[in-house]
Structures are given as C-alpha cells and as structure tokens.
Ligand binder design. Structure first.
Ligand SMILES: [Zn+2]
Length: 144
C-alpha cells in the first residue's frame, strides 16, 4: 500500500540504513510495490510507511537501481521538470532541479560508490531524496 498525501507519515525524516538482511528485504518489498504501481519510476521507503533512506528507481535505460543512503555530493546546471508522485495522485508540479548530480550511495551489494546521473535520472533521484527528508512535490507549488 502506498502512503498518500495528506498522511503525515510522508513528513517523517528517514534514517540511514545498514546493509543487512532487513535492508535487502526492504529493497524486495519496494521493488514489488514499484512494479505493481505500473506508472511509477521511483519509490522511497517512506512511501510504504518505512522511514529508512532506501529508494528504488528505474533509470532511463530501464535499469532497476536500488539506492541506499543516497547523498548528493555535487550538482551542476538547472532543469525544470514536470513531476508526478505515487503519493500525490493526479498532481503534476513544475520543479527546478539540478541537471546533473554526483551521488554517493551504497549499492544492493553493500558497496559504497559515487556515480554521476543526469537529466531524468538526476530528477528522479532528487525527488526520492526529497521524500527521505519529508518533502513532497506539493511543497514546490507556490514558489514558481
Ligand atoms: Zn514521489
């Protein structure tokens, strides 16, 4: 079940995870939620009510990418995106994002790495990190 606005759970700040069995199980749970959503291209654990810094995204190349403890360490450029959210059905919001990001995260295999993402992938990741910080797309509505 996806947690939907205005449920206050979406405002909770998610905590970092260790790489362990519980985290692997959370990745599996999130993956099946994302798959059954049909339209979603990213999901954060808080969207199924679990305040942990874990997200799954589908990249533009259709790679299914779990991100544990994602942290943006560099940003470049600016892009205006038009975003929807599984937690805010029927809402589309225009948001200014960084065009390129260098992301530090832990992989599903427990390796800590950094990787550059750009365009749609960078946008989806920024959206998911917002969720981990209790922020949703509706928060961007009035500052255009
Ligand atoms: Zn969302």
């Amino acid at each position: 079940m996806i947690v939907k606005y205005p449920n206050n759970k979406l405002r909770e700040i998610s905590k970092p995870v260790d790489w362990n069995k519980a985290t692997i199980n959370l990745i599996k749970k999130l993956t099946s939620e994302l798959e059954s959503s049909k339209t979603g291209i990213g999901i954060s654990a808080i969207q199924i009510g679990i305040p942990r810094r874990v997200a799954i995204i589908y990249t533009e190349k259709s790679e299914r990418l779990p991100l544990l403890n994602p942290t943006i360490i560099e940003m470049e450029g600016e892009i205006t995106s038009t975003e929807g959210c599984l937690s805010c059905p029927n809402e589309i919001v225009s948001i200014k994002r960084a065009q390129k990001i260098n992301l530090a995260y832990t992989t599903k295999f427990g390796n800590s790495i950094t990787r550059w993402f750009e365009g749609r992938d960078a946008i989806v990741i920024q959206h998911e990190i917002d969720h981990m910080n209790g922020k949703i797309i509706l928060d961007y509505k009035d500052n255009s």
